[in-house]
Design a protein around this ligand. Sequence first.
Ligand code: URA
Length: 441
Amino acid sequence: MVIPSLIQHKRDGHALQPAQWSELIREYTGGRVPDYQMSALLMAVVWRGLAPEELAALTDAMLDSGDRLRFDGFAMSRVDKHSTGGVGDKVSLLLAPMVASCGVAVPMMSGRGLGHTGGTLDKLESIAGFRTALTLQEARAQVERLGCAMLGQTPEIAPADKRLYALRDVTGTVESIPLIAASIMSKKLAEGLNGLVLDVKTGSGAFLPQPARAIELAQTMIGLGQVRGCPTVALLTAMDRPLGRACGNALEVEEAIEGLSGEGPEDLMEVTYALGVEMLLLVGAAKDAADARSRLEESITSGKARQKFAQVIEAQGGNPAVVEDPSVFPQAAEVEVYRAPRDGVIAQVEPRRLGQAILELGGGRRAIEDEIDPSVGFVIPAKPGQRVRAGEPLASVFARDPDGIEIGLAALREAIVIKDKGRLTRLITHRVTSDGVTQLT
Ligand code: URA
């Protein structure tokens, strides 16, 4: 292949042939195309986009660069949920055991924290001993036994995406709708699913803050899923404030367990139920939305979902005692309350600033080899629209030392904006399917 001419062609706004994309991805994954040429091509895609046939060929080539989870002869339907990422988004931790308790298998493959957003794998690893690096055989065996496994992208799944993603992360080429769509869908389509639900975040804490761009991303991923035998539906949900109260790895798992115990914050439960309803409907496991919702509620009131989570933790080497006793989680050495500096109404709780502060506190990675401190973060019960009095507690910072407390308090001072007026925006704004977009009112 003559890579420079492909780069020039794309740079000048022309489409590459599907066969050229297939060969390019094969050569790149095989180490025969250097990163500098691939970076130039990715930047051309950021500027020029991809024609539908190019996107299809790129996604298929990434998917075919590795193996897939295979469930031949396994009768249970399989469904997963993917979030485009946010702050305080611990929905996966609740949904996987809830949906599995309703008799639908969930082979959930998740990622690590990315930029200011948290990752399900990092959260799960705050449970002592929890092993997210399952092999494909282990994942399949666990899904068949328990109806649920929670794992990371194995080396066999979409290795082209693994390389490309690392390259995009350091070359300013993440924020491209076709590249994000191909990256996410090449992994999800390798899970052997019968349905996929996407939680596409919008607002200041999302990678694509504008609703119109989020809808375009949702439609692009739905298009890829539908024609590859994986019915796909998306909900657009607000990430202009953190979801729930807890932000930070162990704190979020603790809050997810509260949710599984029937004591979760209202916004977290609303998003969880809405996505869960879509998951059950997609694979025909409920008559209608009301039936799906009541089955999911029953998974909580009966204690089945909580028990399922304990079984998954135990099966993956973690300490299931966390489900009964939150003191088993790693505890922050320092905790400090942040109080309202004035009377007024909360106008903003800015998630991006809080996510960046969690990184500074040691709760995320700045370099691949960084160790995460699972205990650090925030608990922020305050929400936009809430009237507050000066001196009222709004949030707590969890840090490993007094310097961390200062970092956390400074972030809260900037992130929580109090004015004379403020309001909470709608939590779930749009439903997107292959038939179109519905604005929810
Ligand atoms: N998540 C992914 O897996 N890939 C992207 O490109 C962005 C978010």
